[in-house]
Structures are given as structure tokens and as C-alpha cells.
Ligand binder design. Structure first.
Ligand SMILES: [Mg+2]
Length: 173
């Protein structure tokens, strides 16, 4: 797949990508979101092979901070209105080019970011415009392992999937 093998940085939206998009409110505990353990596995694998992973989300919540903390994801931008500008800032901070960046989204606010990265990606149940603007669309919907599927696709394009799994098993390769 075009340019899939040169991606070094994956940036992901949260609602509708790393979750199914539902935001559950409770009176006492604030927001509840459900994350996929499969995505967590993929993200750990990706970072173990030296890839950068970050989150860019329009909303702002404590549970997202907790999830990122749990996964060891330190690139976390919440409350972002202009996702394209934030993507530019993150890439220049890391010294990664936009061409080497993938962004995965599900809805209209993700479009500006999708349009500037080398590998725009969407989830299976993304809005029509997002799917049309993406070079890759997951088979599974948001919150069901779409990020893990993206990571597997990128690592396989680089010929590093097997090495990544060996890393995860703790083998010295
Ligand atoms: Mg979203």
C-alpha cells in the first residue's frame, strides 16, 4: 500500500476511533468511555518497535488521560479545535515529517488533519467524507480494534510484524 511502510508516527482521534463513540454520563463519576484492549495491545507493540503514537481529540476528559497513562502514551492533546495545526506542532516537535505520519479518524473534525498527513485512515463506520479522504479504512468499526488493525497493516508493510510480535514475547531479535 502506498507509503504505508514509511510511517513513523500514528496520531489517533479518541471518540469513535479508540471508542465506539458513545459518551456515557454519570452523576457522580463524570464520563465513561470503553476502550478496546486490542487497540492497547497494538499501540504497545507499535511503540515497542520504535514508532511514535499520540492522541489528538476535540473533547477533554480525565478517562482519556488515564487510558493514555496506562498505555504509556505521552503525546496527548485534548480539547483541540484545529487538529491540523496540532498535528503540525507534534510532527515538528518530534522531527517527523507529515509524509511519515498517519492519522486515523471517524468524523468531520478529523478531515483537516487527514488532508495533510501521508497516510490518512478511517474506521469502518466513519463518516462518508472521512472514508473518501482516507487511503486505508479498517474492516472493524471504532472501538473494536481499528487502531490495532491499522498498526498491523503498517508493521506488515514495513516487514516488521513478526519482529514486533517477537519483541512482545520478550525475545531478543
Ligand atoms: Mg471522533
Amino acid at each position: 500500500m502506498k507509503d504505508a511502510g514509511k510511517i513513523r508516527l500514528i496520531l489517533s482521534d479518541i471518540d469513535g476511533v479508540m471508542t465506539d463513540g458513545k459518551i456515557v454520563y454519570t452523576e457522580r463519576c463524570g464520563e465513561i468511555k470503553a476502550f478496546s484492549a486490542r487497540d492497547g495491545f497494538g499501540i504497545r507493540l507499535w511503540m515497542k518497535t520504535g514508532g511514535f503514537f499520540g492522541v489528538v481529540t476535540g473533547r477533554s476528559s480525565e478517562v482519556v488521560r488515564l487510558r493514555c497513562n496506562d498505555l504509556g502514551v505521552s503525546i496527548l492533546e485534548q480539547g483541540i479545535l484545529d487538529k491540523a495545526e496540532t498535528v503540525r506542532q507534534i510532527t515538528s516537535r518530534l522531527g517527523v515529517s507529515l509524509d511519515e505520519t498517519a492519522f486515523i479518524g471517524d468524523d468531520y473534525p478529523d478531515l483537516p488533519a487527514l488532508k495533510i498527513v501521508g497516510f490518512p485512515a478511517g474506521v469502518a463506520d466513519a463518516a462518508e467524507e472521512v472514508r473518501a479522504s482516507s487511503v486505508w479504512v479498517s474492516d472493524v468499526p471504532g472501538g473494536k480494534g481499528a487502531v490495532r488493525q491499522l498498526i498491523e497493516t503498517l508493521l506488515k508493510a514495513r516487514g516488521e510484524w513478526d519482529r514486533a510480535l517477537a519483541f512482545y514475547r520478550g525475545e531478543n531479535v
